[in-house]
Design a protein. Structure first.
Length: 189
C-alpha cells in the first residue's frame, strides 16, 4: 500500500498550481496579440536568494515591509514572477507614457529607477496587469493562497531573474490552515 503524506502532496500540488499560473499568464489577452509578458517560477535555493535580496533592499532603504514580505516568501512553497517588456511601444500614439508619439517614446532614454525601468508603455503595463490577474485567478480557483507583491518584483529585477523585464511583480503561493499573506503585521511603507 502506498501512502502519500499531506505536506509532500500539498507542495507537489502547489508546484502544479504555479505551472498553471504561468499558463494563465501566457494565455491572458495581450494588446494587439503581441506578447511581451515574461514568467518564471522561483523555489528552493533561488527563492532564498530572492528573500535575502528583499531583506537587503529593506535595510538599504529602511523599509520594514521588505523584511516582512521576505518572511512571507520564505514561508511559501514557490513564487511566480510575472514581468513585462514595458519599454517597447504599442504604436498607438496615445500619450499615456508622457510622450506625444510612440516614436518619441521609443527614442526616449530608458532609465532605471529605485525599482523598475521606465518609462513604460501603458498598453504593456495593462498587459502585465491582465496576466497577473489571470495567474492569481488560477491560484485562487485551485485554492492556493497567494498575494501579489511588488517587493518580490523589486528584488527579482535586482537579481536579473527576468532580465528583459522593465517591471516585475511576484506572487508567492502557499497552502496553510490560514492564509499567511493577509493576517500579518502592518508596516508604514
Amino acid at each position: 500500500m502506498t501512502i502519500l503524506n499531506s505536506e509532500s502532496s500539498e507542495n507537489e500540488a502547489l508546484l502544479h498550481a504555479a505551472r498553471l499560473m504561468l499558463l494563465s499568464a501566457r494565455t491572458a489577452p495581450k494588446s494587439g496579440g503581441i506578447d511581451d509578458v515574461l514568467t518564471l517560477i522561483v523555489l528552493g535555493e533561488e527563492k532564498e536568494k530572492l528573500a535575502k535580496e528583499m531583506e537587503r533592499i529593506g535595510e538599504e532603504r529602511k523599509i520594514p515591509g521588505f523584511k516582512r514580505d521576505a518572511k512571507n516568501l520564505r514561508d511559501s512553497a514557490a513564487a511566480v514572477l510575472v514581468g513585462v517588456r514595458g519599454t517597447r511601444s504599442f504604436s498607438m500614439n496615445c500619450g499615456a507614457c508622457g510622450y506625444s508619439t510612440c516614436s518619441e517614446f521609443d527614442e526616449a532614454k530608458k532609465k532605471r529607477g529605485n525599482d523598475f525601468t521606465g518609462p513604460n508603455c501603458i498598453f504593456k503595463t495593462l498587459d502585465l496587469g491582465i496576466a497577473i490577474g489571470s495567474a492569481v485567478k488560477t491560484a485562487s480557483n485551485l485554492n492556493a493562497d497567494n498575494r501579489i507583491m511588488y517587493r518580490i518584483g523589486t528584488a527579482a529585477i535586482r537579481l536579473k531573474l527576468l532580465p528583459e523585464a522593465s517591471v516585475i511583480m511576484g506572487v508567492p503561493i502557499s497552502a496553510k490552515g490560514k492564509s499567511i499573506y493577509f493576517d500579518r503585521p502592518a508596516v508604514t511603507t
